[in-house]
Design a protein around this ligand. Structure first.
Ligand SMILES: Cc1ncc(COP(=O)(O)O)c(C=O)c1O
Length: 396
């Protein structure tokens, strides 16, 4: 398993930023995970949930959730702090988004939600940010009183729990994205929890093989770059050059990209690949959660005095997806970290065009300031020390 690999491979104990390392934004694919000898493990939630439909990505699950709940022409109360593509998927399926305040600590404002709930409201849409839970008991109570179903968006909170209760297990429907937290080439899911939703579940089409192989190769190369230092980085760059040249000569080699912000109605029926399912079966969920919690704590301990994140505690069960670093000049910090070999994500810079930014100033500030730092399961304590030292240097 990734977390138990030999740290000695990269040598050194440097806690300072002097030595350049490659720190990937996403977990990488270790060759051993593809071995036919690798043992399957008991599936964590939502894998193995009785009514789970695996899709190519989460946006497809959002689209089908609207269809299953019959929300076309109805309002859906959605957080003003969102990615954007989930809103596009809701709207493409015919729902009307009504935006609700989220505060500067990424908490959905339930009073504002109540105030904005009108007679055409058809559902409440909740997003758990960065692996940290929104208060599902309160939300469920409110929803029950209003007679509305809850769609629980766990695209950023796979394997996370509120105590011992997995996120995504109490919403009427829940949405997952797998490739943000696991080294799978594609994958997301729709999970139906409410017994009252009796409609037949969609049957997705097969994922395109070329896309699956292309993303898996990219994750294997990222692993080489991570493990082998400069040699691996050079190998990855060379392979990318070959792929770019091949794509230049044949438009047919273009894969169905994950992680984009545009909703493609033509891809709404695409399912998850068998390769993603096989990799997911072999992962040690406990070890992944433990590594993410440890890495978040390590960054928190080293950065909270300089740049306290919206989440200054890691509640029991939470599996952080990343460390939301607040900074005044995201672009500058990003480029300084990139120069140190560290990949970051400019988290949710813009929202969906239907959501007026000036109506939600705290959300606008989050969009302007939050930079996503990796805390994933490939990273070891010395990686986190290096990352924290580089961040301090970049901020100061
Ligand atoms: C909260 C949320 N929901 C849904 C999605 C859609 O995920 P996918 O890219 O798997 O379609 C995203 C994408 O980042 C997201 O952040």
């Amino acid at each position: 398993m990734a977390v138990s690999r030999a740290m000695a491979l990269r040598g050194g104990t440097a806690a300072g930023p002097a030595r350049r390392r490659y720190i990937p934004a996403l977990p990488t694919l270790w060759p051993g995970m593809l071995s036919p000898l690798a043992a399957d493990r008991p599936p964590p939630f939502p894998f193995g949930a009785p009514r789970m439909v695996p899709f190519y990505f989460a946006r497809n699950a959002v689209f089908h959730a609207v269809r299953l709940l019959g929300l076309a022409g109805r309002e859906v109360l959605v957080p003003a702090y969102h990615h954007g593509v989930e809103i596009s998927a809701l709207a493409a399926a015919g729902a009307i988004p009504v935006f609700v305040r989220v505060d500067g600590r990424m908490r959905l404002d339930l009073e504002d939600l109540e105030a904005r709930r009108g007679p055409r409201a058809g559902a409440i849409y909740v997003i758990h940010y960065a692996g940290f839970p929104q208060p599902m008991d309160e939300i469920r109570t409110l929803a029950r009183r209003a007679g509305l179903p809850v769609i629980e968006d766990c695209a950023l909170s796979l394997l996370s729990a509120e105590g011992t209760r997995p996120l995504g297990s109490t919403g009427d429907l829940s949405i997952f994205c797998f490739y943000k937290a696991l080294p799978v080439p594609n994958g997301g899911a729709l999970v139906v929890n409410a017994p009252g939703i009796a409609a037949e579940l969609p049957e997705p089409e097969a994922a395109p093989l070329a896309s699956t192989l292309s993303h898996a190769a990219g994750a294997l190369l990222a692993n080489a770059a991570f493990r082998l230092g400069e040699t691996g980085v050079a190998l990855r760059a060379a392979a990318r050059g070959v792929v770019r040249a091949a794509r230049g000569t044949s438009g047919r080699l273009r894969p169905v990209s994950t992680g984009t912000s545009t909703f493609d109605p033509g891809a709404v029926g695409l399912g998850m690949s068998g390769l993603s399912a096989a990799i997911a079966r072999r992962l040690d969920a406990r070890a992944i959660v433990d590594a993410r919690r440890r890495n978040y704590f390590l960054l928190l301990g080293r950065l909270r005095d300089l740049a306290p994140p919206p989440f200054t505690e890691v509640p029991a069960g939470a599996a952080p997806l990343f460390y939301p670093l607040p900074c005044d000049d995201k672009a500058a910090v990003r480029s300084r970290l990139a120069a140190r070999g560290i990949e970051t994500v400019d988290f949710w810079r813009t929202g969906h065009p239907l959501c007026p930014p000036e109506a939600f100033p705290e959300v606008a500030a989050l969009r302007r300031r939050v930079l996503e730092l990796p805390v994933h399961q490939d990273l070891q304590p010395e990686d986190m020390a290096y990352l924290a030292a580089c961040v301090r240097e970049a901020l100061e």
